[in-house]
Design a protein around this ligand. Structure first.
Ligand SMILES: [Zn+2]
Ligand SMILES: [Zn+2]
Length: 254
């Protein structure tokens, strides 16, 4: 059972004039701006668009079921990656992570994917592609890291935290392979009751690709042997992976 028309109206009404002291050091305040049904190839969702007072970005939540006042809601936080999510770039595995998360949540009674519009970890598309370019011109990972290094984690989680508050989510379980991520949201008032491993399913189409990626880390090293930085900061865990593959993956996400 998804969000009812009445619930949607309630959420929109209370957000119309919402203002609060804010979350995090930047006093982030967000408002639900629009809600619509979002049938997708991964299942039926609602899409909720947010306005916020800080970064001029239109963050969204993809919501499965009625999550208001719910406990232990599975939540995935995904950072936008135009090149991966839309174009299918192999410089990263953002699209695999996004699709697996949506597929997983699409099968659940309740769940949320927060799609944070922080391209290139908040530095923007131009800077991200600049950093890609630098890597092709001899810059090593550390130097390229400097170009990518000024993302603001605090702000990211402040906005995400307030988005969950706006949805009246009582507590969440984070869908992540990165136990460290669980420390961030509680600092902004979100109760995290657990972690759900983000297992990426294999199928006949992606299995070879994922195995190759695991063994060669092909998506993380370009043709000239330069390493790329993972954008989702979450090591992929692929169903059926053996220890050797996992060890390679962990090495690149440590
Ligand atoms: Zn607020
Ligand atoms: Zn990416």
């Amino acid at each position: 059972m998804g969000l009812t028309h009445m619930k949607i109206k309630e959420l929109l009404d209370e957000n119309r004039l919402h203002e609060c002291e804010g979350v995090g050091p930047d006093h982030v305040c967000v408002r639900i701006a629009a809600i619509a049904e979002m049938p997708s190839r991964f299942g039926d969702f609602h899409i909720i668009a947010f306005y916020n007072n800080k970064d001029n970005k239109e963050h969204i939540a993809i919501v499965r079921g009625d999550v208001t006042n719910a406990e232990n809601v599975p939540v995935r936080v995904h950072s936008e990656c135009l090149t991966g999510d839309v174009i299918g770039s192999l410089r990263c595995d953002c699209r695999d992570q996004l699709e697996s998360a949506l597929r997983m949540i699409g099968k659940m009674d309740k769940g949320i994917l927060l799609y944070m519009r922080q391209e290139g970890r908040g530095i923007g598309l131009i800077n991200k592609i600049r950093a890609y370019g630098l890597q092709e011109h001899g810059y090593d990972t550390v130097e390229a890291n400097l170009a990518l290094g000024f993302r603001d984690d605090e702000r990211e989680y402040s906005v995400a935290a307030h988005m969950l508050m706006s949805l009246h989510v009582k507590s969440i379980r984070l869908i992540t392979n990165n136990p460290k991520k669980i420390e961030d949201l509680p600092q902004h008032g979100i109760q995290v009751t657990g972690r759900i491993p983000h297992v990426m399913e294999t199928n006949q189409y992606n299995r070879f690709y994922l195995e190759t990626k695991a063994l060669k880390s092909g998506h993380l090293i370009d043709l000239r042997g330069k390493e790329h930085l993972p954008e989702q900061a979450d090591p992929p865990f692929v169903e059926g992976m053996d220890e050797e593959m996992l060890a390679v993956i962990r090495k690149y996400y440590k």
